[in-house]
Design a protein around this ligand. Structure first.
Ligand code: NIG
Ligand code: FE
Length: 423
């Protein structure tokens, strides 16, 4: 039976909403509502009530003997981070390429020499489903301890039906065994496999006619993604794959404009993608396309930081009234970290976003990019009780400021304490 949980004397309850918004756009991104000296009441895994401590005394709404109480004096409470773009199901690691990069090879050069995504595909092929699950669940446990309460995970290191299914089944098993909220994305069009070299259209056919129908029939994916970029898949390939996905009920989420002005952003908007991600190459035409659309521009500062690539023009996007989400892109090649607090730091340090903007970008807006902003991403009555309690900190700005530290003391997912807290 689920117990009720009361958090009292919270120094500051962050990202509270009376009437929840599904996303925050433009200047709203700099707005953050907080309650000082607050309480939070969780019942049956959901947020039942919250407010100021002084109001809690008079309401006396706790009439249950299974109540557990946490005194959060000096501590901040945040809604869990939503990480809307990861590739965290992968086999092994690629630190050798990392060294090659330090020696001067570019991401594209590494890909041409059989490294990159194809290297991970080879490793994944040689790894059993069981082993892949145990490697991946360790990463899940790590990101939970860093405050992530919802995560999107992509396939895309299989690149043939059997190995894509292996990845997607591991994602499903994570969904079934972990308290973290999981969305699954089919990314067969992540790279062109060696055996289809110079036969890209045929590989696209394989995705459309062999992979999508089976994956959809087994209900293994919520979304479909394509790496629509220079040297990978072009707009025509992307349109064919998205149309096939939509026919099977798979909503688009795209890798777009990471390496060039690829047309990916406009294609994503045209197919009503839930998000377009990366966006290092975003000009006025791309911003115009995104304006008024339902597509969430999602930036992945971990990968541009790790690869030493240009940063996306986030201030132009926000000034144009767009919403922006931030995600980790956790993957072995371009962002081997799922630490969302560090992603917030990069948002502030590299993208010059305000602390309030990065907090909105990793909670409400990234929840939207996963299609879950009605249930996750803020402290609102009726939302799932996915939250974390910090160590004693002076302010919410201290979180992105303290890059590299883990300031999280207690994690609560679906109302359950999933890491120990001091008595
Ligand atoms: O999002 N850009 C494409 N895919 C991944 C990188 C994957 C890899 O290098 O293994 C990304 O950065
Ligand atoms: Fe990615």
């Amino acid at each position: 039976m689920l117990t009720s949980l009361l958090l009292k004397n919270i120094k500051c309850l962050v990202q509270t909403e009376g009437v929840p918004k599904i996303k925050k756009c433009g200047s709203e991104m700099a707005e953050l509502t907080v309650i000082s000296d607050a309480y939070l009441f969780i019942k049956d895994g959901m947020i039942a009530d919250f407010g100021r401590m002084k109001d809690f005394q008079s309401r006396n709404l706790i009439q249950t003997h299974e109540l557990e109480t946490i005194d959060a004096s000096g501590r901040f409470v945040f809604p869990s981070y939503c990480d809307s773009h990861t590739h965290l199901v992968y086999a092994g690691s690629r630190e050798i390429e990392y060294t090659d990069k330090i020696r001067g090879l570019s991401y594209s050069e590494i890909a041409i020499h059989g490294g990159g995504i194809l290297n991970s595909a080879k490793k994944l092929h040689e790894t059993s489903e069981e082993d892949l699950y145990s490697q991946s669940i360790r990463r899940i446990e790590e990101i939970i301890s860093y405050g992530t309460g919802a995560v999107e995970i992509k396939s895309g290191y299989g690149l043939n039906l059997a190995d894509e299914l292996k990845m997607l089944r591991v994602i499903r098993r994570i969904k079934e065994t972990s308290l973290i909220e999981v969305k699954s994305t089919f990314l067969g069009a992540h790279a062109i496999p060696e055996e289809y070299k110079n036969r890209r259209a045929e590989y696209v056919d394989t995705i459309i006619y062999e992979m999508i129908p089976v994956i959809a029939a087994e209900e293994l994916a919520d979304y479909i993604d394509v790496f629509c970029d220079k040297g990978f898949f072009d707009v025509e390939d992307t349109e064919r794959i998205l149309m096939a996905g939509l026919k099977h009920g798979l909503i688009a989420k795209l890798h777009a404009n990471e390496l060039a002005y690829s047309g990916g952003i406009q294609t994503g908007v045209k197919y009503n993608a839930r998000s377009v991600d990366h966006l290092e190459f975003t000009g006025n035409a791309e911003i115009d396309a995104l304006s008024g659309s339902e597509t969430m521009p999602t930036l992945l500062p971990g990968s541009s930081f790790f690869l030493g690539m240009p940063d996306p023009p986030v201030r132009n996007m926000i000034n144009a009234g767009l919403p922006v989400a931030l995600a980790s892109d956790y993957n072995p090649g371009s962002s081997p970290s799922g630490n969302m607090n560090f992603i917030m730091s990069l948002g502030c340090i590299r993208l010059r976003m305000l602390p309030e903007e990065v907090i909105n970008a990793v909670t409400i807006n990234s929840a939207y990019a996963m299609g879950i902003s009605e249930t996750h991403g803020s402290i609102a009555k009726g939302k799932v009780a996915n939250i974390f309690i910090t160590k004693e900190i002076p302010s919410y700005e201290f979180m992105p400021y303290s890059f590299g530290s883990n300031l999280i003391e207690t994690v609560i997912l679906k109302g359950k304490i999933s890491s120990p807290h001091p008595a």
